[in-house]
Design a protein around this ligand. Sequence first.
Ligand code: NAD
Length: 257
Amino acid sequence: MAKTALITGSTSGIGLATAKAFAAKGYNIVFNGLEENGAEIAASVAKEYNVDYIFSPANMLKPEEIKQLATEALAKFGSIEVLMNNAGIQFVSPIEDFPDDKWDAIIAINLTAAFHLTKAILPSMKANKFGRIINISSAHGLIASPFKSAYVAAKHGIIGLTKVTALEGGEFGITCNAICPGYVHTPIVDKQIPDQMKAHNMTKEEVINKVFLAEHAIKDFISVETIAESILFLADSAAAATITGIALPLDAGWTAH
Ligand code: NAD
């Protein structure tokens, strides 16, 4: 029987590329995201790879919608083998100007949603004695940059959640690992360019080269396909069965500094 992967924020960027990689392996996919054309994106990926799917626009800000997403997914497929907590947003501002509501939203979407969804899915994974949970942190889960207080706090926090989930899941055949990407060229990065231009008083090219890629030892963006392949390794290979509780940097050398 086909396995099922539930990926939040899978109608864009890293989540979408990973959904395609799992679909190519024959997984059913539970798509989620707030893109207006999310339903069409999900349908077209499922058609391309001939896999079963559902799409839910559950808002990761809302615990009730997160629980409903888990209920719908389990009702449709019976089990979830892979959970990828990936949905995320960013906001860039010095701390003294950082809007309170942006702080709350970033902590809710980038951190607390992963807690709610893990809590909702874990009992069925424990019953099945199998689960692979991947939390998308960031190089900003390991180190900091100025003007990203909420994001850096949430991404450090999700590594803590990853370690606790790994410890609690171990005896039930469940692994939990975090991925820590450097800069990947997706909409979340594009949307930061105007704020970064303002915060650093730079042109777009200067932001890309002097802010985004400055700390990469390899002076390039990381591709979404690279991230997806690493997630497949952790979630779908026998070799990774005893890898758990790690925070894996995929950051072109950024955190080697
Ligand atoms: P993206 O903007 O392309 O995708 C983010 C996804 O999250 C979208 O599908 C969006 O609809 C969804 N989302 C946002 N708010 C949501 C909400 N309230 N409810 C449900 N879905 C919501 O960006 P991406 O780069 O693919 O980001 C995916 C993850 O990777 C994020 O957690 C991000 O922090 C992380 N990350 C990205 C980079 C990078 O350079 N792009 C680097 C490190 C970590």
